[in-house]
Every structure is written in C-alpha cells, then in structure tokens.
Design a protein around this ligand. Structure first.
Ligand SMILES: Cc1cc2nc3c(=O)[nH]c(=O)nc-3n(C[C@H](O)[C@H](O)[C@H](O)COP(=O)(O)OP(=O)(O)OC[C@H]3O[C@@H](n4cnc5c(N)ncnc54)[C@H](O)[C@@H]3O)c2cc1C
Length: 306
C-alpha cells in the first residue's frame, strides 16, 4: 500500500525490514520512508508528527537487528538521502551527506587525492551511521582510526525542526558510540583530510580489504561484530567467545562463524530471536568463565521501541 494521496514523500506501509538491513532479519514496519531529497525528508517528518507514532532512523542497517514482530511506527531510512552530495572545500575540508555510503565517500576522496577515510572504505554503512557509531578499523601493521579522528563538524536536525552545526569538540565520541540523542538526525558530516598520492590511497584501501577479508566472515549476512571488545582486557570479544566454545554454535537459522566467534551469521532465514538466543548464551558463558559482561555492539530494535 502507498499513502501518496496527501504526502508527496512516499510513505509505504508494512515494509519488511529484513530488506533494509545487512542481517536480512526483521518483520514489517508499520510505516516506512526512504527520502531522496531534503524536501521529501521534511514531508516524511511532518507525516510522523501528525501520526504521533514511534520513529527509528536507519542508515544502511549494517549495525541493527530488528525484531521479528517488526516496528510499530515509522522507519526513516536515510541511505538514499542526497546520497551523492559531496563538497570539497579548501584545506582538505570535505562535506558529505549523511546518506552517502562509505565506499562512495572513499571513491570521491581518492579521486581528489585526499586521504584519511580509507579505514572506512569497506564498512558497509553510511556517513551518518558511521558518525553515530563512531565506526573504526585498523590493521595490526597500520594505525587504528575512528570517525572521531577525521570529523571536523556535524550538521544535525532536531525533532522541533532546528538545524545545528556542532564542532567535533561538542560531540562526545566513545568506543562505538556517541552522545547524540536518539531522536536527532545527522544530515551532514564535515571531514578534515590530507593530500596524498592516489596510488598510495589505493594501496591503503587494498591492504585494509585484504586484512578485513582474512579476519571477518563475509560469506553470509551479518551485522559485523556482535559485541564490543571489553575495555581494559587483553582479549577481544571474539577471543573470549572463542574460548567459551561459541564457534559453530547454531540456533535456528543463526550460527556463530567458525572463523570469527564475534560474528553471528544468518545462514538460513534466521529470526531475530535466534540471534538474541545465541547472544545470550555467549554472554552467559563469558561471564561465568571470565566475569566479563559483554556489551552488544549491534543495536537491537524491539517491536516496543519508540
Ligand atoms: C560485514 C560487516 C563489517 C563491519 N565492519 C565494521 C568495522 O570494521 N568497524 C565498525 O566500526 N563497524 C563495522 N560494522 C558495523 C557497521 O557497518 C557500522 O557500525 C556502520 O557505521 C553503521 O552504519 P549504517 O549506516 O549501516 O547505520 P545503521 O546500522 O543503519 O544505524 C546504526 C545506528 O546509527 C543510527 N543512525 C544511522 N544513520 C543516522 C543518521 N543519519 N542520523 C541519526 N542516526 C543515524 C541508527 O539509528 C542506529 O542507532 C560492520 C558491519 C558489517 C555487516
């Protein structure tokens, strides 16, 4: 069904959320909008205000697990929002739309000979999602970087319609998190990059991909690392889960990777409940053996969330 009578921005109903996440899991969203322009976005937001239902902002859905029962309000997917809008300003400053994919950001910066975002290249998210998650990556033979290292400022849209630009010093970046309120929408991110030869940038991207391919399990749909690495411990989340024999464990259609114990894979029409059960078993075992509480990196959106 398409509610296009009064609203120019198409608001669809009963959209299967499994089609909008890398996990390929999730029931229907009561309402769903995927605006391409700011005008469409504002219309979708007016619809939401009128309807007064819960709202969830989505990028490329690469860090989200939706409930099997779906979502009772509006899911606002920003992966197509002005997704090719990028401006190159002076002195290495680059402004990119929140809806731009990280790979597209990389291709555009590489073309201009600007370096700094290579670590983001194969993270399957958007600029906005990477900002909110403070996405990061590093190779053992290179440096570890997070969004906080390359962001100069961020443009936000508040629920009351106000737009504000915050400098990086006004945002608290944490490990796989920021302190931005949940109802704030990231519209644009400004990066500070440095000039570098294009072949060197390309070499860095290739080396990152080779390493990523050797440690992550990219054979099946997933949401990347399920848990954050515990802070202050020498072992990573994956190593702890490996030590408690989680590799290969299967519940329904979800299975812990045999290559990386922190990756849960959707091997056969997995349900969110299958993934949640595997997560709970892993957390329980790690706590019992090591006294460490693993904190989820994947964001679970239940059918009661607002
Ligand atoms: C195979 C694989 C490998 C991965 N590797 C890495 C890795 O190396 N490093 C890493 O850090 N992560 C990794 N991830 C996780 C994920 O890709 C990142 O967290 C990514 O930054 C999420 O971006 P997204 O656009 O998909 O956000 P989503 O998953 O759609 O959303 C994540 C959060 O951000 C919010 N959000 C998204 N866009 C906006 C916006 N414009 N305004 C306000 N809120 C917003 C959502 O509400 C949600 O809370 C990996 C995932 C997969 C599937």
């Amino acid at each position: 069904m398409n509610l296009q009578v009064d609203w120019k921005a198409p608001i669809r109903t009963d959209v299967e959320l499994k089609s909008c996440t890398t996990f390929k899991i999730g029931g229907p969203s009561r309402y769903f909008a995927e605006p391409r322009t700011c005008e469409d976005l504002f219309m979708a937001l007016s619809f939401h205000r009128e309807e007064g239902c819960p709202r969830y902002i989505l990028g490329r859905g690469s860090n989200v697990l939706f409930s099997d029962a779906g979502f009772p309000g509006l899911v606002l997917s920003l992966r197509r929002l002005e997704s090719s809008r990028i401006f190159f300003e002076k002195e290495g400053l680059v402004r990119a739309s929140a809806g731009m994919s990280l790979i597209q950001l990389n291709l555009a910066c590489q073309e201009k000979g600007l370096s700094g975002v290579e670590f983001l290249c194969h993270i399957p998210g958007t600029v906005g999602g990477a900002l909110v998650m403070n996405a990061g990556f590093g190779r053992p033979d290179g440096k570890y970087q997070e969004m906080k290292d390359v962001v100069e400022s961020v443009e936000l849209l508040y629920p009351n319609g106000a737009v504000e630009v915050l400098g990086r010093e006004d945002v608290r970046f944490e490990y796989r998190n920021t302190n931005l309120p949940q109802d704030v929408l990231v519209l644009e991110v400004r990066f500070r990059l440095t000039p570098r030869r294009r072949d060197a940038i390309q070499g860095e991207i290739k080396a990152n991909f080779r390493y990523r391919n050797s440690v992550q399990d990219l054979r099946y749909p997933s949401a990347g690392s399920t848990f954050k690495n515990p802070v202050g411990y020498s072992m990573t989340g994956g190593e702890l889960l490996d030590r408690v024999q989680m590799k290969n464990m299967r519940v329904g259609g979800a299975m812990v990777s045999d290559r990386h114990a922190n990756f849960i894979l959707n091997v056969d029409h997995a349900r969110a409940d299958d993934v949640l059960e595997l997560m709970s078993i892993g957390q329980k075992r790690v706590f019992e053996q090591f006294g460490i509480r693993l904190e989820p990196e994947v964001r679970y959106v239940s059918s009661h969330d607002s």
